[in-house]
Design a protein around this ligand. Sequence first.
Ligand code: CA
Length: 636
Amino acid sequence: MLTAIAAMACTVKPTQLEDECLYGKNKTMFTFWSPVAEQMELRIYDSAETEDFETYALKKDDNNFWHTSVKGDLFGKYYTVRSYQTGEWSEESPGIFAKAVSVNGARAAVVDMSKTNPDGWADDKRPAMNDSTDIVVYETHLRDFTMSPNSGIDHKGKFLALTETGTKTADGLASGIDHLKELGITHVQILPMFDYGSIDETTLSKGNYNWGYDPINYNVPEGGYSTDPYDPTARIKEVKQMVQALHAAGIRVVMDVVYNHTYNVAGCALGRVVPQYFYRLNSDGSYANGSGCGNETASDHEMMRRFMVESVCYWAREYHIDGFRFDLMGIHDQETMRQIRAALDKIDPTILTYGEGWAAMAPAYPEEDLAMKRWTWKMPRVGAFSDDIRNALIGSPFDHERGFASGNSAGKNAVCFGLVGGIDYSDGKFGDGWSGEPMQHVSYITCHDNYCLRDRIDVSAAGESEDTKLRMNKLAQTGVLVSQGMTFIYGGEELYRTKLGIDNSYQSPDSINTIPWENKLKYNDLYEYYRQMIRIRRQHKGFRLGSAELVRRHVEFLPSQSEALIIYHIKDLEGIDSAKSLVVLLNGSAETMEADIPAGDYTILAQDGKANAEGLGHISSPSIKVAPYSATILAQ
Ligand code: CA
């Protein structure tokens, strides 16, 4: 009998935070969570603007969920919720899990999600992916990618920009999606595209720019990227069209998620309906501020954790999102990240999870339980950005020093640490391993934060010729693209973008942030180098062995005559790669270096600033010259 009751209990789906508004043609059900409210009420509005509303009292169940249902077809209507506690009514809010909203996200909208699907959506498939180390992520912002008059893209700054095919730069070269295909990246990571607060959606014609790290409604697309922010359905459909078009091009989509803080507390649903619960507080009752943005959320609180788990799963199911990049992941606790991983695995284990394993300031939570970089190994299949390889290759963002690729060999060991994917390697010879597997180490040198690569090299290697700076640029990116970790490049580096020395362009105008499509022709040599390096990576499994054990078995570093020369040897690859072995020589100095390589005849894949996956020629051991600030890559 007891067993039968237990089995029955399991068939009842627990109330989910995401069930706030369940639309039906004849009635719509509403459910909101609050453990502290003494009363809650729902307001239904006929339009986004009207001040008139109908009020419905909500009834609390044993689990602190408040319910009501409203008869009739509510499609096209708007709603808000407010709660009464400690003697006063809260401000109205669209709820914490609105899925559609009015312009600027003030009211939630009742939509029929089945009407938001583009044609063919049921057949949309995630492109094939074998292993996380196979991927090359390309980070971009919808405006950066499209706003240039030379982009050839019609829907500038909109989700639909990434649905256009056949687009060309002013010089007739592929742009847009076709460019991404040609470049050979596997994933596009889009800067925040959930509804954020820093752009007024009613004045879009002003062309204001913001990165968007200020969440308002976590589960609704940003209206500023929609062709009609006043139509709650349009932005939902347009994100799906974008995902569908990228998938059709063989490219997966990663979403940048910012659960670590909200735009503000008083104006945000998380703060309004259940005051304080979703945030960490200091001992004096003030809001903790690990984000540096005025507050930090409390993933260690049960319902904040559930909120995050349900939110990523919602985007993965409803929008077919293929990966999540967690902003300031170090603010979240490890257990939440493990639960997110487990929940996504049930949808599709190839969905990526990685983030920034740090915080802006110390969070109000025990460090040893936070998802900080050094604890990455405790969160299997969750990755963290490697500031180790970044700082080693190009220098730290906190100073203007050079890195290995620009002539400072102090970073040699840390480059090697990055090449092996941040694992425990050779008794910690290159540093304490923090990744359990190489896929947990996101190899990168630049992203939206700090200088872009051209500007970084300009400030740290001022006085060098442009030819030398271009060599340093290629060498630095080569270090990323031959790493055993997961690889990541900042969109526009392949077009030699500059932000004119601005190292925090979060609200700079398009003229600073847009990528220069005209450079595809002007700096075609650089573009072609990036493209070929990505091809070389994707053709050679030796650069992405995929497990720590294989990296320890097949990777060695050969003795070199100089601290400025790394000789990275990936050996015994029979049955793994088309090559028997790969040799990568990275010369971070202004001198030509000479090195001995293992016996054999080799195809040259890269040399002296040129790269070609089919080969540039042949060479035999024992001795080889490596040109200044350049990589030589050989396949045997
Ligand atoms: Ca917005």
